[in-house]
Write a protein that binds this ligand. Structure first.
Ligand code: ZN
Length: 183
């Protein structure tokens, strides 16, 4: 893979301290896919750093659905733009975007490893229910070893996430969804 090329920089108000922070934009080329944008915000006043990634296309909100069914499927590259939600329904896992949610590029395997680390941490600190912890960790470890099938769903509201594979499916998220009239 080529090195990311810096294409622009601009100043924004830091989301943490409100002082001037610098955002640097990089274009990164992924072979057989195309260019993606990486933005890095750095605040020299408070030290806050945030990274976001995304495809360059102007996308509509959509669901990205990818099934891990056989060895090799876990090597697909996942681009998660900040603001997207990641779900693994079979494991009852949901990664919601927080106000400072970072974008990242990783493989499905990398995502599972990261989830194992985070879940172990939550279990050790007692922040999660103990029996649920054990159940989720067991499923994640099986996923790591390729012993279970599962589905990765990205609810991509920015329209800038993707899973790079010819078996990825896309479903448009309708505008009405999530804002029912009368509430
Ligand atoms: Zn700051």
């Amino acid at each position: 893979m080529s090195e990311p090329v810096k294409v622009a920089e601009h100043e924004v108000a830091c989301p943490v301290c409100g002082q001037k922070a610098l955002v640097e934009d990089y274009i990164h080329n992924i072979p057989y896919y195309g260019d993606i944008l990486i933005s890095v915000l750095t605040c020299n006043k408070c030290g806050f750093k945030k990274r976001d990634v995304g495809t360059l296309s102007i996308g509509d909100p959509r669901k990205i659905i990818y099934k891990v069914e056989k060895p090799g499927d876990e090597r697909a590259l996942l681009i998660r733009a900040g603001g997207s939600k990641v779900l693994i329904p079979e494991f009852n896992i949901e990664i919601s975007p927080g106000p400072f949610s970072q974008g990242f590029i990783t493989t499905i395997e990398g995502l599972i490893m990261d989830l194992i680390e985070k879940t172990s941490f939550l279990c050790e600190t007692g922040e999660a229910n103990e029996s649920e912890c054990g159940r989720v960790l067991e499923l994640l470890n099986k996923a790591k070893d390729g012993l279970v099938e599962y589905t990765i769903i990205i609810e991509d509201y920015p329209g800038k996430s993707d899973i790079i594979s010819n078996k990825t499916r896309y479903v448009k998220i309708e505008e009405e969804e999530g804002s029912s009239p009368g509430d």
